[in-house]
Design a protein around this ligand. Structure first.
Ligand SMILES: [Zn+2]
Length: 122
């Protein structure tokens, strides 16, 4: 999906460059007015590509939002103070994952899995 969006933007960029060259060429003494139409058509196609790319990007942004929840979690919950309920080993940010909207801890030391909401301190 990301690659498709990048290709769309690259194609749109190339189209815009050529479209501007055609439009500039249309105003030069050796140019013809038909180049202006070609340039405007190229611009229109480029904008369609950008719109499609932006829509693909909006879908991709939804995926990255889930990732940012994981990244933001340590700051909100003071990771320094978090220890495993089973073995007391300090938990890393990677040990906490959002599963169905609830923060779930998977201890890397003892392998215990439990929900953070069960911890009374929280
Ligand atoms: Zn543990």
């Amino acid at each position: 999906m990301k690659a498709a969006r990048t290709i769309l933007y690259i194609v749109a960029g190339i189209l815009i460059i050529f479209a501007f060259l055609f439009i500039l060429g249309a105003f030069s003494p050796s140019g013809s007015t038909s180049w202006l139409l070609v340039g405007l058509g190229g611009l229109a196609v480029a904008f369609v590509f950008i719109i499609i790319g932006a829509r693909l990007g909006a879908k991709a942004a939804g995926t990255t939002q889930n990732i940012s929840v994981n990244v933001d979690l340590p700051g909100n919950m003071k990771m320094d103070a978090i220890k495993c309920q089973s073995c007391g080993a300090p938990l890393a940010a990677d040990d906490i994952k959002m599963i169905q909207g609830a923060p779930v801890v998977t201890c890397h030391s003892c392998g215990t899995t439990y929900q953070l909401t069960e911890e009374p301190k929280w």
